[in-house]
Design a protein around this ligand. Structure first.
Ligand code: FAD
Length: 397
């Protein structure tokens, strides 16, 4: 194998390129990215960078000289538009092609947008550095920010906006924030956290209409309420970027379908990060994870697999979110859990466990680092549910 192309110049892509060199691959490595910037980190975009601004040097995943030192050729501002797996070429949007012997797909996910109508005002999203800069520009003290969707990104933006002195309302279709991801008990804890910090969260409600009003908007909710907003942001989830693979033979179903070692249906092609759906033997299910640590670890594993050292990727998923003084860490899987137990719950601390098939599967720890380590080990070792908790209650019940 002489030429490896990595499509997607972000977290998974950079770690794939780095691991190729660490494993002694001395052929050509080309990193192709639709974005104009060198790969940068996304988590600060809704936190420190949105609050205080952050220079590109601090956001960049690697210094500019790293690419030269590691002989990684970058093709920035070039989206891959088609993959020809028979000829082993990637067609870019400027009409040029990149030939490869091995390929890593690391095109991540994109923020979902609300369907827009003619008189619709701009509804912002937050995925890229440009989005973050644009939003930061618009977050002025005393203004009213409306967030559509109380997922992680929406809640982080809410916390940042409160610190910047805005009034914040969140409209959420579910019964509680984060309900789908973490269940009603933990969602209720986050609702209370935001209420204490002055955020109004309107649950079991949708936005029926948004109309432009000057620079801002008038929103009509499904409960009949009508109010004005200076800034509207949608945080309604993300979708894997796979349309450029249509017709290539690489199997996709809500992401690139991978084997447990992250190889795909096409020889010489592996996938990593937000875009990859793979069979995780630890949980005995196919999953796709949109978290930072997963993208780092999978980028590295996809590189190993291409170089012929494939092994099952069975890491325990890990995610963090910082909102006000709450440092939430999550390990494992919650969405497929059938039981949840709240072990501890106070204003500044929360520990909740998730179980399925008589095993601990996940844990949420807010400001509880020791518990996080303990339960992460328990999940990896597939400890029995009864050994970590004695009083299970049905999730969302
Ligand atoms: P991405 O970061 O999505 O990168 C994919 C790259 O591929 C992008 O640069 C994209 O432009 C490029 N691309 C797409 N299509 C093409 C194409 N056709 N051709 C060429 N290039 C293409 N995770 C946490 O665990 N904790 C957090 O606190 C946290 N906070 C976050 C805050 C924000 C605002 C966001 C947006 C994400 C956050 N995440 C967090 C999630 C984490 O950043 C992602 O899981 C991670 O970025 C995924 O990396 P990736 O390389 O797989 O994909």
């Amino acid at each position: 194998m002489r030429r490896i192309a990595v499509v997607g110049g972000s977290l998974a892509g950079v770690h794939a390129a780095e691991a190729l060199r660490e494993h002694g691959f001395d052929g050509d490595v080309t990193l192709i990215s639709a974005e104009n910037e060198l790969p940068y980190d996304r988590p600060p975009l809704s936190k420190e960078a949105l609050l205080n601004g952050m220079p590109m040097e601090r956001l960049s995943l690697r210094a500019p000289e790293w690419y030269e030192d590691n002989a990684v050729t970058t093709r920035l501002g070039n989206a891959a538009v088609r993959l020809d797996t028979a000829r082993r070429t990637v067609l870019l949007d400027d009409g040029t092609t990149v030939a490869y012997d091995g390929l890593v797909i690391a095109t991540g996910s994109r923020a979902r947008r609300l369907s827009s109508t003619e008189n619709a005002p701009p509804v912002q999203i937050l995925r890229s550095i440009e989005d973050s800069l644009r939003l930061r520009e618009r977050l002025r003290p005393g203004q009213h920010l409306v967030l559509i969707g109380a997922g992680f990104i929406g809640l982080e933006i809410a916390a940042t906006a409160r610190q910047l002195g805005l009034d914040v309302t969140i409209v959420e279709v579910g019964r509680v924030p984060l309900g789908r991801a973490l269940g009603d008990e933990v969602g209720a804890w986050f609702r209370a956290l935001h209420a204490r910090n002055g955020v109004e969260i309107v649950c079991t409600c949708t936005v029926e209409a948004i109309e432009r009003l000057g620079e801002g908007a008038v929103l009509t909710l499904s409960n009949g309420r009508v109010f004005n907003a200076d800034v509207v942001v949608a945080g309604i989830g993300a979708s894997p970027v796979t349309e450029w693979l249509d017709g290539s033979g690489v199997q996709t179903t809500d992401g690139v379908v991978c084997r447990s070692d992250l190889s795909t249906s096409v020889p010489g092609v592996a996938a990593a990060g937000d875009v990859a759906r793979w069979y995780n033997p630890l949980f005995d299910e196919e999953i796709r994870v949109e978290h930072w640590t997963n993208a780092v670890e999978q980028g590295r594993r996809a590189a190993h697999t291409l170089l012929g050292h494939g092994e099952a990727f069975s890491a325990v998923p890990y995610f963090w979110t910082d909102q006000y003084d709450a440092r939430m860490r999550f390990v494992g899987r919650a969405s497929a859990a059938s039981e949840v137990v709240v072990k501890e719950s106070g204003d500044d601390r929360l520990v909740a466990l998730y179980g399925r098939d008589d095993r601990i599967r996940g844990a949420v720890c807010v400001n509880a680092p020791r518990e996080l380590v303990r339960y992460r080990t328990a999940i990896r070792d597939q400890v029995r549910w009864g050994d970590v908790t004695e009083t299970p209650s049905a999730i969302g019940g």
